[in-house]
Every structure is written in structure tokens, then in C-alpha cells.
Design a protein around this ligand. Structure first.
Ligand code: UDP
Ligand code: MG
Length: 318
């Protein structure tokens, strides 16, 4: 009896990656060739690229029918693009990976092997990040540390979006309706039986990173505010501690005034206290704003992404 081959979906977001596409498709096709016991589909999400990415992708898809292109109506960002890809993926296992080959395709075969042995999630962990900039490495490290200290669900350190997820996990992810999708956090949140394999992070094959410092900073804030309410709560504690300290200080001043009489100088300490409390209040209001802003975005219920067209070439379409 012929059983159906398992289908593996590779999901890759493309944002101005024209230079990377030829190398990407070549390496992927090589990997696929060596795994004839599986069917593959390569879901390419064109995240509103302004260069020739879409055209080049179409050329590839015309030649290799396992490529499918989901063309988004504009640039929605990597998280939304990944969400789109995962929504469209029909595989028994889904592997999100970057277009710049920083996630080595050679890892696909070992990942599939671990998956077949029973893991529902196979994480690819970067053991060496020497190829990332020093700045990126340190900021990433501090982000993980801080986030994992305050969030209830820790995000595994040095693990990107590159992983294999089983169909059950994909279906679980689809049940998370939130609009602001911090994928690393969502992946961690759903849980499931997880195995880790390690790899060396390579350099981007072509082009530059699509994430500026400002984008990364906002990404980190999104990540933290998506999965922890501690930043909100901390102000109550801080407020309570300051109130308690102020009480002692008040008692001290009253006693001193009773004993030593009225003491007029005190302008400096007064100003310090006013400024300190004022800035604390501004900070806490700003933080409240972060969460209210998120509520606002969620309440609007806008879709995470919009698709202009799905490009699929078959033998008949030529
Ligand atoms: N990407 C995207 N939309 C964006 C920014 C990036 O789809 O708005 C894609 C990009 O094409 C690549 C992946 O996300 O496939 C990772 O981007 P990049 O390599 O620039 O990130 P880094 O590796 O520097 O963190
Ligand atoms: Mg990269």
C-alpha cells in the first residue's frame, strides 16, 4: 500500500531580497533533491518588496512548481509576513526560515529527522553568533535576559524563528487571534514537545539587514509588552515604597520642626522630590500608554496582513 508522502512547507518572508533569491532557491532545491521521501512546498511571502524580488520569485516559481508566492499588498513587517506564510502553509510540518540563508538549509534534513522521531517542535539554536554584529549580539542577549526574568513564558535564548513545527502546533498558533504578533513569543507560548538542535549562525549572503536599531527597539518593546504585565504592576510597588518613605520623611520633618522650630531653607530637597516624582509619573503614564495603545490596536480587529495575489504556477498555467 502506498502511503502519502509527508508534505513539508518552508515559509520564507522576502522584503527587498532580490540579491538573495537566486542563492536561496538554489540551496533549497538542493536540499529538497536529497530528500525525495518528502513532498515540499516553498511558501514565499513577498512583504511589499520595492525591488525586483517579486519578479525574480515568479521566475523561480515558473520553473519550479513547488514554489508558491503570497504577494502582500504592502510591507507589513516580518512577523505579519510569517503569519501569512504559516496560514497558507498546508504541510504536515512547517519550517519558517529567513531569505538571507542565515538559517542554513543544511539543517532542514536533521530537523525533519528529529521531527520524525516524535518532536512536535524542533528548535534551531545558534551556538555561535560571531557572524552577527557585536551590537546585535549584546542587545539580543540583554533582551532575552530581561524578558525571561519578567515574562511568565520564557523565550529560549538564541533561537530565532528558524524551527520546524508540526501541524498540531501550526493549528494551535492559528488559534491565537492577536494582531500584534511577536512570533518568538507566540511560538514559546503554545508549548508542545520540543527538541533543540544547534548550529552556527552564518553571515547574510547578500544585502544588508532589514532591521534598523529603531525597528529592533520597537520590536523588543512589542515583545515585552505582549507577554508580561510586570512593567505595569511595578509602578504600584514603586509608588507604595515611595509613599512609605515619604511618610517617614514627613514624621522626621514634623519632629524636627517641633524640637528645633521652623526651618525655612529646604528649597533644593523640595525641588528634587517634585522633579523625581514628576518624572516617575510621566514614565508610568507612558508605560500605561504602551498597553492602552496595544488594546487600541487589538480592538480595531484589523487583519494582520492583506494579500494582493497568490501566485501558483502549474503545468497547465504555462
Ligand atoms: N523581512 C520581511 N519584512 C520586513 C523585514 C524583513 O519580510 O519588514 C524578512 C527579510 O526579507 C528576511 C527576514 O525577514 O527574510 C529576516 O530579515 P533580516 O535578515 O534583515 O533580519 P536579521 O537577520 O538582520 O535579524
Ligand atoms: Mg538576516
Amino acid at each position: 500500500m502506498q502511503t502519502r508522502k509527508s508534505l513539508i512547507s518552508i515559509v520564507t518572508p522576502f522584503f527587498n531580497e532580490a540579491e538573495c533569491i537566486p542563492i536561496f532557491s538554489k540551496s533549497i532545491l538542493e536540499v529538497i533533491e536529497h530528500l525525495p521521501q518528502f513532498d515540499f512546498e516553498i511558501i514565499c511571502i513577498d512583504d511589499g518588496s520595492q525591488d525586483t524580488s517579486l519578479k525574480i520569485l515568479q521566475d523561480v516559481a515558473r520553473r519550479h512548481h513547488c514554489f508558491r508566492i503570497i504577494e502582500l499588498s504592502r510591507n507589513f513587517g516580518k512577523e505579519a509576513a510569517l503569519t501569512a506564510g504559516i496560514d497558507f502553509a498546508g504541510g504536515d510540518a512547517v519550517i519558517p526560515m529567513d531569505a538571507d540563508l542565515q538559517d542554513p538549509p543544511s539543517l532542514i534534513a536533521p530537523m525533519i529527522k528529529v521531527w520524525q522521531e516524535g518532536a512536535e517542535v524542533v528548535l534551531a539554536k545558534r551556538v555561535a553568533r560571531e557572524k552577527d554584529s557585536v551590537f546585535k549580539r549584546y542587545t539580543a542577549q540583554y533582551f532575552y535576559r530581561f524578558n525571561n526574568r519578567i515574562a511568565s513564558i520564557p523565550i529560549p535564548e538564541n533561537v530565532g524563528d528558524f524551527r520546524l513545527i508540526d501541524r498540531v502546533v501550526v493549528d494551535a498558533l492559528k488559534q491565537l487571534p492577536e494582531r500584534q504578533r511577536f512570533m518568538k513569543g507566540l511560538f514559546a507560548w503554545v508549548g508542545f514537545k520540543t527538541q533543540v538542535i544547534e548550529y552556527q549562525r552564518e553571515e547574510r549572503v547578500k544585502g544588508g539587514t532589514k532591521f534598523s536599531i529603531w525597528k529592533l527597539w520597537n520590536f523588543a518593546i512589542d515583545g515585552i509588552t505582549s507577554f508580561s504585565t510586570l512593567p505595569l504592576r511595578v509602578w504600584s510597588y514603586l509608588g507604595a515604597s515611595i509613599a512609605l518613605l515619604s511618610l517617614f520623611y514627613a514624621l522626621f520633618i514634623i519632629t524636627r520642626t517641633l524640637i528645633l522650630g521652623i526651618d525655612v531653607p529646604g528649597y533644593a530637597s523640595l525641588l528634587v522630590v517634585v522633579l523625581f516624582l514628576g518624572s516617575l509619573q510621566l514614565m508610568s503614564i507612558g508605560l500605561l500608554g504602551e498597553y492602552v495603545g496595544r488594546l487600541y490596536l487589538e480592538a480595531k480587529q484589523r487583519p494582520v496582513y492583506l494579500v494582493r495575489k497568490v501566485h501558483q504556477f502549474t503545468k497547465d498555467s504555462e
